[in-house]
Design a protein around this ligand. Sequence first.
Ligand code: ZN
Length: 264
Amino acid sequence: MHSVAGLLDNKQVLVTTRPFRNPHHTISDAGLIGGGQIPRAGEVSLAHNGVLFLDELPEFHKNVLEVLRQPIEDGKVTISRASISITYPTSIMLVAACNPCPCGFFGDLNKSCQCTPLQIRRYRSKLSGPLLDRIDIHIDVPSIRFKELSDERSGEESSKIKERVNQARRLQSERFSAVKTKSGKRIYCNAQMSSRHIKKFCQVNEDSKRLLEIAIDKLGLSARAYTRVLKVARTIADLDGDEHLKMHHISEAIQYRSLDRKIL
Ligand SMILES: [Zn+2]
């Protein structure tokens, strides 16, 4: 992708590390998904097999976020012009960040939010349900106080976490070694599972089924969010090295749907 876009310098033949792209929120839809007379690859294709990071998500133009939906879902984007039609790959991990409200302090334990409920609702409505549906993990990141920042204690080392992630990826690669999609393609990780694979690899017991039922009724989860909960639960179990989905894997995965909840 980077070669086609003319982004490699003379010394570089191939991109050998996963790309990380973080376009500014003023980007146009053509800049994000690709466009032009002879369609050029957009940021979503330049991030293929890597990370597309959108900071301040609600600040992006609404139409830009809308056009992002299909490429995330399909792993490819087709740009058609009168004389030419080009398909670029868009298999990405989308990472996005946003404030809880325009002033940034809604839900903060130390500072009070100055926004009106209407302002907060308007701000959040910029994140459309269909886009949030396609994001597997929503997570609140509370602000950190100076005392915690200057704390000498260290958490788990990144290298150890990386090893755990690699192990989970190996597990998934083995699980899917004989699994193909309907079009005959191999799959490598939980995110690529279709509903057929979910039925086979994400079986839940009666207790977990009840928990899912309550969560769906209470949080009003969509069918898409439901399958995402199961996929994330599968990954949590893989990180635990657990072959079977247990109740705590499911409940943790449900926790990650915080933006589906009706907060206001
Ligand atoms: Zn606020």
